[in-house]
Design a protein around this ligand. Structure first.
Ligand code: EPZ
Length: 459
């Protein structure tokens, strides 16, 4: 990742703790964000569509507006390891999956990124065989894949779990009626079953399907490949199996969670920002809740303008699947509510580990009480700058927002998590007037830990 320098010289950096070649983001907060920002392609649209390109037994797929983020890098390596020929030119990815060479997915990619499990469906659909390590849990929670496995079994796969991997063989591969859990309506299970069903014999119906925009984006791509998918975006998706799919061209939707990140950053800094490239329909409840808080939000067909110069009040939310309040936006929203004029109650219904970032906010002066899956956010007049550590992608984004609001110098480490889902976040924020720099901290030999105040220039 390229390093980004502040417009003004950073004060001297004394390395207080030995660091091992880590990146960090340094922010001099308290500056209202102003201007326009164009969001990049969606991580959560790109990953299933990249996996779905494996379904094409002839021709190339050409994907446009694919973001340059770490998770896309992992998925491109994953599909290449299975035999696909992948080339990337700027934000376009070209994939030829005519000749797959194995049905065994490498452990290293699945363990790094849960969405790598999406290759299970195309492997089963095309090769009737798949050996894919189980993704395992993460800081957000256990994150099982029972919905995926149960559906594959209904479609004819014999599945065992051995040595932490799913081993699946399918003598027959047929459509089935799949009823997903109504509470969670899993995005991952929905997209995996859609892909699996495209080459199954007969009809598959997914009830309680996830309705997120990325499901619609995938359905469009599968139909351009020669698939027969209807109902994507509704809670009932029907797929008529076909015998073969071919490569197709597809535009990736822009990232609604990245858009929400800039909206929350504008609000936390009392700024005035226009976020371009996203339909407000992709952020339904999120925008309404900020308007309820008293934030001025105007929208157009593909833009959202936030004017947040005046104080706003606390608002209660509860996360739920689309079109409800997205769990990925919860850390960003909670951070802004720390600086509201009144209390907020925030309930997280999707993941049991999604408040793991709050202790870092408390170190910045936030006042949040957590009981089970509910956070009571008491308003504080301001946050204080600090050295903080991100624990996952959206936790990192929340700490960036808090640091932009907090006067003084904050340092956010573990930037690798932010790189998973945000393309050039520091540059985009700098273009909105933020005093932000991304820095590579040198590896320091323990014998030479520098004395406080020693000036180290960062290149
Ligand atoms: C997708 O994850 C997103 N990732 C997540 O975004 C997002 O938080 C999540 O959907 C919910 O919206 C991608 O799209 C790549 P799930 P996914 O399967 O599909 C339960 C980010 O920050 N469940 O919808 O893996 C599960 O425990 C990431 O961009 C089962 O019980 O999530 C959870 O409670 C983080 N069994 C709920 O469903 C299953 O087999 C939602 O999980 C599958 C899921």
């Amino acid at each position: 990742m390229k390093s980004v320098q502040l417009k003004q010289e950073l004060p001297e950096v004394s390395v207080s703790s030995v660091t091992k070649n880590q990146d960090q983001i340094v922010i001099l907060g308290g500056v209202p964000l102003r201007g326009e920002v164009q969001v990049s392609g969606s991580k959560n649209s790109s990953l299933p569509i990249l996996a779905a390109s494996l379904l094409a037994s002839r021709g190339q797929s050409v994907l446009h507006n694919v973001p340059s983020i770490a998770d896309v890098d992992i998925m491109c390596k994953m599909i290449s390891s299975l035999g696909a020929h992948v080339t990337r030119e700027d934000h376009t990815v070209i994939i030829d999956a005519s000749h797959l060479k194995t049905s065994v997915a490498p452990q290293k990619y699945v363990r790094q990124m849960r969405a790598s499990f999406y290759v299970a469906a195309p492997l089963l659909a095309r090769l009737h065989s798949a050996e894919v390590p189980l993704p395992g849990g993460c800081v957000l929670g256990t994150r099982p894949i029972d919905y995926h496995i149960n559906a594959f079994r209904k479609m004819g796969a014999q599945i065992t779990v051995e040595r932490g991997a799913m081993l699946a063989k399918a003598e027959r591969w047929e459509g089935a009626k799949v009823l997903l859990d109504h509470k969670n309506s899993s995005v991952g299970a929905t997209v995996n079953i859609m892909m699996a069903a495209c080459l199954a014999k007969g009809t598959t119906v997914i009830e309680n399907a996830a309705r997120e925009p990325e499901v619609i984006n995938l359905g469009d791509f599968l139909n351009k490949m020669g698939g027969r998918v209807s109902g994507a975006g509704t809670s009932t998706i029907t797929i008529e199996g076909v015998t073969e799919l071919h490569g197709a061209e597809q535009e990736i939707y822009n990232d609604r969670i990245e858009a929400g990140t800039f909206i929350a950053a504008a609000i936390a800094t009392h700024g005035d920002v226009r976020v371009r490239g996203l339909s407000p329909d992709h952020l339904p409840v999120f925008l309404e809740k900020y308007q309820e808080a008293g934030v001025s939000i105007s929208t157009g067909e593909d833009w959202i303008q936030v004017q947040a110069s005046s104080p706003y009040s606390g608002v209660d939310i509860s996360t739920s699947p689309f079109p409800g309040f997205a769990t990925d936006l919860q850390p960003l929203f909670l951070t802004t509510m720390c600086l509201a004029q009144s209390k907020s109650v925030i309930q997280e219904t999707i993941y049991d580990g999604r408040f793991n970032y709050v202790p870092e906010l408390l170190r910045m002066g936030a006042d949040v009480d957590i009981t089970d899956n509910t956070a009571i956010v008491h308003a504080v007049p301001k946050l204080g700058a600090a050295q903080v550590k991100s624990s996952d992608l959206r936790a990192g984004a929340a700490l960036v927002i808090a640091s932009l609001a907090a006067e003084g110098r904050s340092e956010i480490s573990n930037v690798k998590y932010i790189d998973r889902g945000y393309e050039d976040l520091a540059t985009k924020l700098q273009n909105l007037g933020a005093q932000v720099a991304r820095q590579h901290l040198p590896t320091i030999d323990t014998e030479e830990v520098p004395q406080p105040g020693l000036k180290i220039s960062h290149k």
